[in-house]
Ligand binder design. Structure first.
Ligand code: GLU
Length: 440
């Protein structure tokens, strides 16, 4: 068993959208490919915005996607552990109290900006005297806390971006504890990654600067720094980040008949040098994973493209993948799958073949003759050819004049699966009546 472990760490402050689903997919696939473990971590330190409803919905979507997890953790249950680490890091001088109010910080930020300097916190809190602190405390000010970055270059070999470097001097010491004592994301995330033995972190490139600071946190904890892969963020098709995209819910896509494996196939290949092709198993998709094939450009995500891809996906789906969801046998599925856009649409063909329909009579005399020429059962896929030859010999119809009226009478549809495949599914009794213009 490898010691590889990855995690997906959603904040339960909203539903799964296409962006965080992509992060989950990549992490899961990497674990699968390397024979490692996948941890689901609920990042619920923001008590006000975290909701059980969101958490349940996230789990539900992960299960639906097939991204099962081996372990789970919850940040709100680990606060004691975070407090212990903070106490230690305070002793080591890596965490310090700050008393600036949000307004004061904003004034400082603006001042630096007008001077053309980067808005980096000036560490004023480190220069406070005991008296200053006593005065602030007496005023009722509560401290917030920052992690003190050490000078120097922070460097890592990103699995997507390659060598990535930051000069710590260009980064602000991140705030890790708010005035109300609650934790911000940065440090708990590192403590968890350290405690749970996370070896690889794949996440969006909006976290790149966090990574620089977090690498120093890993080092401060005395832990091994994991491997990082930062995925370029998706953009809308117009080329700019769209609000709608960020919130495009996977629940909605699911309700519209987009297959879970189609979503995974699509997201895993979007923005890579490989073609987007249907994968009918996550294992196969995992085998094909190669992070070095991801480009640095932000890939365009187009919902319509995903839906078109889903049509292609459905039309190639093996029966084994749908059999528990549909009420038809393999022969039926194979006959109709080429003519549907979502698995649910199979019901329409079930209705046409099995329930009563009103036939559309275009050529009554042809239909009547065709009815009389129907072969006796049992029927199979050759029945149709035998029958059509009989009709051709007994009428002067051919081509569209022959096939179109038969299709309309048998299915009441303009188009559809090959009649050769449908005929045995409809059966002789219904076919005979429909050709006679009778509801059947
Ligand atoms: N909860 C964080 C987020 O959703 C996790 C980021 C990370 O993967 O470290 O952005």
């Amino acid at each position: 068993m490898s010691n590889i472990k990855v995690r997906f760490a959603p904040s339960p402050t909203g539903f799964m959208h296409i962006g965080n689903t992509r992060t989950a997919v990549f992490n899961w696939l990497l674990a699968k490919k390397l024979g490692g473990k996948f941890l689901l971590r609920i990042d619920d330190t923001d008590v006000l915005r975290s909701k059980k409803e969101y958490e349940d919905a996230i789990r539900d979507i992960l299960v639906w996607l097939g991204l099962n997890w081996d372990e789970e953790a919850r940040q709100s249950a680990r606060v004691k552990r975070y407090d212990e680490v903070v106490a230690e890091l305070k002793k080591k001088g890596r965490i310090y109290a700050c008393y600036e109010t949000a307004e004061e910080l904003e004034v400082m930020r603006k001042k630096l900006m007008t001077q053309g300097r980067p808005p980096i916190y000036d560490r004023g809190a480190l220069k406070l005297s005991k008296e200053d602190i006593a005065r602030y405390e007496a005023e009722g000010r509560k401290p917030h806390y920052r992690f003190k970055l050490e000078d120097g270059v922070i460097e890592w070999n990103d699995m997507v971006r390659g060598k990535t470097r930051y000069n710590a001097a260009n980064l602000a010491d991140p705030v890790i504890i708010r005035e109300d004592g609650s934790y911000l994301y940065h440090l708990p995330s590192v403590i968890d990654d350290f405690d749970f033995g996370i070896t690889h972190i794949i996440r969006g490139e909006d976290h790149v600067t966090n990574t620089a600071a977090q690498i120093q946190m890993f080092e401060a904890l005395g832990g091994k720094v994991p491997e990082f892969a930062h995925l370029p963020l998706l953009t809308g098709k117009e080329g700019k980040l769209s609000k709608r995209l960020g919130s495009l819910g996977v629940r909605e896509l699911r309700a519209e008949g987009v297959e879970s494996l189609a979503i995974c196939s699509f997201l895993a290949k979007l923005g890579t040098s490989e073609a987007i092709e249907p994968f009918y198993s996550l294992d196969e998709l995992a085998k094909s994973l190669d992070l070095s094939k991801l480009g640095r450009a932000q890939p365009k995500f187009d919902e319509e493209e995903l839906k078109l891809f889903n049509h292609k996906f459905v039309r190639g789906m093996p029966y084994a993948l749908v059999k528990d969801r549909v009420d038809i046998d393999e022969r039926f599925w194979e006959a109709v799958k080429g003519n549907i856009n979502t698995v649910d649409e199979v019901k329409e063909w079930e209705r046409i073949c099995r329930q009563e329909i009103e036939p559309i009579v275009e050529d009554a005399s042809l239909d009547a003759k065709a009815a009389e020429l129907l072969p006796e059962e049992p029927w199979d896929e050759n029945t149709y050819n035998v029958w059509i030859n009989e009709i051709k010999q007994n009428t002067d119809k051919k081509g569209k004049e022959l096939f179109h009226p038969l299709r309309k009478a048998l299915t009441a549809q303009e188009n559809g699966p090959e009649l050769k495949l449908l005929l045995p599914l409809i059966g002789r009794e219904k076919a005979y009546k429909r050709l006679k213009g009778i509801k059947a």
